[in-house]
Design a protein around this ligand. Structure first.
Ligand code: ZN
Length: 174
């Protein structure tokens, strides 16, 4: 199913600290599939996401989806991108080196802004079936991971933004 996306900077669900998942069962796997479907289906603004977190669909469990290898060199969606569901994700280590990249968010339609974050992160998470994964992420993989992990902690990118956001009105081809 496709969930409606929770939007708005003041929306309380987007400022909720989510709870760890304790039951790895079929219902969790179904929820993960629905999150992917919601993220990869064009929304009313004609956008698809490269990441989504449970609170964005009104659920406060620590579940998120990160698209690995999301963009090609021209920042178009990569043909060989791959979605990864992450349950109870955590940062084991993040680089001192930080980079600034422009972010957007399905919950803040048309808003974009520069955010400074660690360039690399050693991350751990569980798959929906309960297998633990550890991986070193860099580039957009690290960026999307950190953005989505923020959602699970009730933080929106606008709270980390340097400067003011730019507003990009909806276009037909996006
Ligand atoms: Zn977001």
């Amino acid at each position: 199913m496709i969930y409606p996306i929770q939007t708005g900077e003041q929306n309380p669900i987007l400022h909720t600290v989510c709870s760890p998942v304790e039951r790895f069962d079929a219902a969790l796997e179904n929820f993960a599939e629905d999150l992917i479907t919601t993220m990869t289906t064009k929304n009313e603004y004609g956008q698809i996401g490269v990441g989504i977190a449970a609170p964005q669909v009104g659920d406060t469990r620590r579940v998120m989806v990160v698209t690995m290898n999301a963009f090609d060199s021209e920042r178009n969606l990569h043909k060989r991108r791959k979605v990864q569901v992450m349950v109870n994700p955590e940062i084991l280590h993040e680089s001192n080196l930080q980079v600034t990249l422009e972010e957007g968010c399905l919950s803040l339609p048309h808003l974009y802004g520069d955010v400074r974050r660690a360039a690399r992160v050693h991350a751990a998470w569980y798959t929906p079936s309960g297998t633990r994964v550890e991986k070193k992420l860099s580039g957009w993989d690290a960026r999307i991971f950190l953005h989505e992990l923020d959602h699970l902690n009730g933080i929106l990118f606008t709270e980390r933004m340097s400067g003011s956001p730019s507003y990009e009105p909806p276009t037909d081809e996006k």
